[in-house]
Write a protein of this length. Structure first.
Length: 94
């Protein structure tokens, strides 16, 4: 087995819009952070995988779109086939 680093804990402090923050908590104009480069996600446990990159990247995309007066991205509507079936408690088997 060979040791390798998948990501570092810590990172740059960000807000819920993906903006990098100063030590005083003020946004740094034009500096957006996404994925494992954002700090604080692993404080309560392991937070690896692509979900973190997706969520924080989406925050940053919405923030920059608003700043540049562009259409703000949105997620597609949920597919009804992915709903939880009340009678069995299971999602669909697509």
């Amino acid at each position: 087995m060979i040791d390798r680093i998948t990501f570092t804990y810590g990172g740059i402090r960000i807000d819920s819009k993906g903006r990098a923050l100063t030590t005083y908590g003020n946004p740094i104009p034009g500096l957006l952070v996404a994925g494992v480069d954002g700090g604080g996600f692993s404080n309560l446990g392991y937070a690896g995988g692509l979900a973190l990159a997706f969520v924080t990247g989406f925050w940053a995309a919405k923030a920059i779109a608003r700043e540049l007066n562009l259409p703000v991205p949105s997620l597609p509507a949920a597919d009804a086939r992915d709903a939880v079936h009340q009678e069995v408690g299971l999602g669909s088997k697509l």
